[in-house]
Design a protein. Structure first.
Length: 108
């Protein structure tokens, strides 16, 4: 089951790469706000860690992007990490992941 889920997210991940630029600017602004406020509530307001681990490029660099995308959308069972699939599309989650991998502090 885990393999099927991972393969599904790999397919979604590759399909959303092209669509990531299609997120309208107002929604991009909302996503950045969500990342800083909602994710920041657990991962620290500067995303350097808190209840949750840091969301910095150097911390995420060695993790498979499909795993990170799955974590965003499905959460982590038995942890404080909730699923965000009810609030984010796969494209939006992928867009946020790209921002995190490139350093969110570089984003206005």
């Amino acid at each position: 089951m885990k393999l099927i889920t991972l393969l599904l997210f790999l397919v979604l991940f590759s399909a959303t790469d092209v669509m990531a630029d299609e997120i309208p600017q107002p929604r991009q602004n909302e996503l950045i706000y969500l990342l800083r406020q909602d994710c920041g509530a657990c991962h620290g307001m500067t995303l350097q860690g808190g209840l949750g681990p840091p969301l910095l490029p150097q911390t995420l660099a060695n993790k498979p992007e499909a795993l990170l995308l799955n974590t965003i959308l499905a959460g982590r069972p038995n942890t404080a990490m909730p699923p965000w699939r009810d609030f984010l599309t796969a494209t939006e989650a992928n867009w946020l992941l790209k921002k995190l991998l490139n350093g969110i502090n570089n984003v206005p």
